[in-house]
Design a binder for this molecule. Structure first.
Ligand code: GLV
Ligand code: MN
Ligand code: MN
Length: 410
C-alpha cells in the first residue's frame, strides 16, 4: 500500500491564501500581533479548522486551540502549532508554516478516514514576534505559567493600547487556561529553519535538539533637549551621539569574541526626534543570544559595565530594563529521535541541529516532551519579505509531523 502523504499542493495554496492577508508589495506580509490583519488571519484559520472538523477554544491570552477529537478524549492531546503573527517585513512562512502544517495533517487524516486514539491539537500562540508588545512568545508563556495573565493584559502596545483592550476589541479574549487545566501530552512544532544550515548541508529535515538562550534589554540614554542653533557643541548633552557610540561599541565587543554570539539592535527611538532640537533621550533595544548560559551571563555583565562607563564619560543618564530572558532549551531526546526516524522512514535526508531563533516550543519544553521539525529556507533569509521555502520541503516537514503525531497519538 502507498504510504500516506500530505497534499503538497493544498499545503502550498493555504500559504498563498493566508499570505494575502496583510500582503506587502514585495511578496511578503505584515500581520502584527493583535492588529486587524492578525484578526483576519486568525478568523481564516478558525474557519479552515472548523471545516476540518475541529473544536475551537480561545484562552485569555488569545491563544487558539483547534482540537481534532480522538477515540479517547480523556487522553492528553498530541499537540502541534506555532504562530500567525509576523514581523513588519515578513515572508509567508515564519510561524505560519507550523500552523498550516498542523492543519494539513488534520486534512490528510480526514481524507484517509483515520481516527487517532488521543485527540490532536493545533495551537496558534499569541505574539511570538514581539513587535507591537513584549515579551516575545507571550501566549505560550502565559499557558506555561511563565507570565501572569494580568501582566500580559496590562502590557502596553506601540499604538498606546493595552493587550487586554486589543484582545477585547478583536473578540479574542477567552477564559484563562493553563497546562494545569488543559492537558497536552507533547508538543511538536514545525518551522522553517530561518538560517542557512540545512541548505548548506543539503538536508531536507532538521531534527531540532534545542534552542539557544536569548535575552532582551531596553536601554534608555538621557541627556538634555536643547536648541540646535544656539547650544555650543561642548555644552551639549546629546543622547543620540552617546547612544550611537554605545551601538558601535556593542558591535565591536561581540565581533571580538568569535562566531557564536548574536547581538542585534533593531529598535532605536530618538526623542523628541526633531531636526532642530539636540536629542534629549534615546531608547534602544538589545537582542542578545548564545547557546551557553555562562557566556550569556558574562556578556551581560560586560555590556552593563561597558554601557555605564560610556554614559559616565559622556555625562549622560542610563537605565537598562530587562525585557525577557530565555535560558537555552534542550528538547526531549526520545521525541527528537522519533522525528529523525520518521524523516528517514519517509525517505528524507535529516540532520540534528540547534535552533538559533526563539520559538513557542521553548516554553512548552519545560513542561511536556517537546521538539521541532525544521525545513530549509532559501539562503537562510527570514524576517524579510524575500523569505522562501519550496512546496516540496514544506510538504516533507508536514509528512514528518504527520507520522510523529500519529506515532504519539496511536
Ligand atoms: C523569533 O522570531 C526570534 O526572534 O527568534
Ligand atoms: Mn517563528
Ligand atoms: Mn519570527
Amino acid at each position: 500500500m502507498e504510504k500516506l502523504r500530505v497534499n503538497e499542493q493544498r499545503l502550498w495554496l493555504t500559504h498563498v491564501e493566508m499570505g494575502k492577508i496583510g500582503a506587502l508589495p514585495n511578496g511578503g506580509c505584515c500581520r502584527l500581533a493583535l492588529s486587524d490583519e492578525d484578526k483576519m488571519g486568525r478568523d481564516l484559520f478558525i474557519r479552515w479548522s472548523r471545516e476540518a472538523g475541529c473544536e475551537i477554544r480561545i484562552d485569555a491570552a488569545g491563544n487558539i486551540f483547534a482540537r481534532r477529537p480522538g477515540l479517547d478524549n480523556s487522553l492528553p492531546a498530541v499537540a502541534t502549532g506555532s504562530h500567525l503573527d509576523t514581523q513588519p517585513h515578513a515572508g509567508l512562512y515564519d510561524g505560519i508554516y507550523g500552523v498550516l502544517a498542523g492543519l494539513e495533517v488534520f486534512r490528510t487524516l480526514n481524507d484517509a478516514g483515520i481516527e487517532t486514539q488521543a485527540p490532536l491539537e493545533n495551537i496558534v500562540w499569541t505574539n511570538e514576534e514581539c513587535v507591537r508588545f513584549s515579551p516575545p512568545t507571550s501566549g505560550s508563556m502565559v499557558f506555561t505559567e511563565q507570565l501572569g495573565i494580568a501582566e500580559l493584559h496590562q502590557a502596553k502596545t506601540t499604538d498606546g493600547t493595552t493587550v487586554g483592550q486589543d484582545l477585547q476589541r478583536l473578540g479574542y479574549l477567552g477564559d484563562h487556561i493553563t497546562m494545569a487545566s488543559h492537558k497536552i501530552g507533547c508538543f511538536i512544532e514545525a518551522h522553517i529553519e530561518q538560517g542557512p544550515i540545512l541548505e548548506q548541508q543539503n538536508k531536507t529535515i532538521g531534527a531540532v535538539t534545542g534552542i539557544q538562550g536569548a535575552r532582551m534589554f531596553e536601554v534608555r540614554v538621557t541627556g538634555q533637549d536643547n536648541h540646535a542653533g544656539t547650544t555650543p557643541m561642548p555644552l551639549r548633552r546629546d543622547a543620540l551621539t552617546g547612544a550611537t557610540r554605545m551601538v558601535l561599541w556593542l558591535n565591536e565587543l561581540v565581533a571580538d569574541q568569535g562566531d557564536d554570539i548574536r547581538l542585534t539592535i533593531g529598535r532605536f527611538n530618538v526623542s523628541p526626534n526633531s531636526a532642530s532640537t539636540v536629542p534629549g533621550a534615546v531608547t534602544f533595544q538589545i537582542d542578545l543570544r548564545h547557546p551557553q548560559m555562562t557566556v550569556l551571563n558574562a556578556l551581560e555583565d560586560r555590556i552593563r559595565m561597558g554601557l555605564a562607563e560610556k554614559a559616565r564619560q559622556a555625562g549622560l543618564g542610563l537605565t537598562i530594563k530587562d525585557i525577557c530572558a530565555f535560558a537555552p532549551v534542550a528538547f526531549d531526546g526520545a521525541l527528537v529521535a522519533m522525528i529523525e526516524a520518521q524523516a528517514v522512514a519517509s525517505g528524507y535526508s535529516v540532520m540534528r541541529m540547534l535552533s538559533g531563533a526563539a520559538h513557542d516550543a521553548g516554553n512548552l519544553a519545560a513542561l511536556v516532551p517537546t521538539a521541532m521539525i525544521f525545513v530549509p529556507c532559501e539562503k537562510g533569509i527570514s524576517h524579510n519579505e524575500a523569505e522562501r521555502a519550496t512546496p516540496g520541503d514544506l510538504a516533507a516537514g508536514a509528512n514528518v509531523l504527520l507520522y510523529t503525531m500519529l506515532s504519539r497519538a496511536g
